[in-house]
Design a protein around this ligand. Structure first.
Ligand SMILES: [Zn+2]
Ligand SMILES: [Zn+2]
Length: 75
């Protein structure tokens, strides 16, 4: 499943519509961007928009250093 991430607070949503609504409510007046998430954590399967985010998440959430981050097909 493709997830979408608010670039302003890194919260994730199941659709770009939900992300845009969130940005309108939580970050009014800020230029938010919706990122299609296509990098997956090999430990728990969470998806992120950037491989560095996966490594950061894996380190913080699982204590795993330098995970292999495979790009997932978008959509
Ligand atoms: Zn946000
Ligand atoms: Zn994970």
């Amino acid at each position: 499943m493709t997830m979408y991430q608010c670039s302003l607070c890194n919260q994730t949503f199941y659709s770009p519509v939900l992300t845009e609504r969130h940005q309108a409510e939580q970050h009014p007046g800020q230029n938010g961007a919706v990122i299609a998430l296509n990098f997956k954590c090999p430990v728990c399967g969470l998806e992120f928009g950037h491989p560095g985010s996966v490594r950061n998440h894996a380190l913080l959430s699982h204590g795993v250093h330098n995970v292999d981050v495979a790009a997932q097909p978008v959509g």
